[in-house]
Write a protein that binds this ligand. Structure first.
Ligand SMILES: [Zn+2]
Length: 255
């Protein structure tokens, strides 16, 4: 069986001030951002990349205001989308986190059989003496069982066959990472996480001011661009709703 990549719609972020995220936005610009998780079905196991916004928010049709200018909404739960493709939470062997922000770890406690992979730099920031210095809030990942965490240091080939490879892309947070998935029919896709919030910022190398390390962030955009150029990979930005609209979500898949 070939590797399959399912795109899961794990919420929406309404931002009343998109300039918080994108240096090319006008102050006070209203924008909706997509949130995604991805299920990779490999012959040797299932990998879930990020766990989205907390499914519990789906009970609130107006969403939940989490800050003055930010509302989270969950029109469809992660659990229901997995069920639709016949996947139970206990089928997922590995959860991999791009980083520890609240919109990426929402349902991280849902997978009882999974180990949880992250970069060591993210782990040390998130569980060190001052996570807030790195824009991390331990309440966001309180449901994560620390005993299940496994860390990696730098790029890491999950199955040893080059099909699913973690790519370190730090700067947004200390251990922010992407995932390169090589598919037989669809070619290579780089799940680039939060390296940039719009295709324009990505193309221009424009870095969000609130990132933890701006120089690293710039280098990570360049690293993603190199992967795009050298491997002919398609780059998917997590929160770019305009770009995500044309990407097929589950139950469709890419293989
Ligand atoms: Zn994010």
């Amino acid at each position: 069986m070939a590797v399959r990549l399912y795109v899961l719609d794990t919420g929406l972020i309404e931002s009343a001030d998109f300039a918080m995220w994108s240096p090319s936005a006008e102050a006070g610009e209203h924008r909706e951002m997509s949130v995604r998780s991805y299920l990779i079905v490999h012959p040797r196991g299932m990998v879930l990349w990020d766990t989205g916004i907390d499914d519990a928010i789906a009970a609130h049709s107006e969403g939940r205001r989490i800050a003055d200018s930010i509302v989270f909404r969950v029109p469809r739960t992660l659990r229901s989308q997995l069920a639709e493709i016949g996947v139970a939470p206990c089928d997922v062997g590995q959860v991999v986190l791009s980083h520890l922000h609240v919109d990426h770890v929402g349902n991280v406690g849902l997978f009882p059989a999974a180990s949880v992979l992250m970069q060591r730099a993210e782990y040390e920031a998130g569980y060190g003496p001052s996570p807030e210095r790195f824009t991390l809030d331990p309440d966001a990942y309180a449901a994560l069982d620390r005993g299940r965490i496994e860390t990696v240091d730098g790029d890491h080939d999950l199955f040893g066959d080059g099909t699913v490879v973690l790519k370190t892309l730090p700067g947004h947070t200390p251990g922010h990472q992407g995932m390169l998935v090589r598919l037989r029919e669809s070619g290579s896709v780089l799940l680039a996480g939060d390296v940039a919030y719009t295709a324009r910022d990505y193309a221009e190398g424009a870095v969000r001011e609130a990132n933890v390390d701006l120089e690293q962030s710039r280098k990570s955009i360049e690293a993603a661009q190199r992967i795009e150029r050298d491997l002919g990979a398609t780059v998917w930005l997590h929160h770019d709703l305009d770009a995500q609209r044309i990407i097929r979500t589950a139950p469709s898949f890419y293989d």
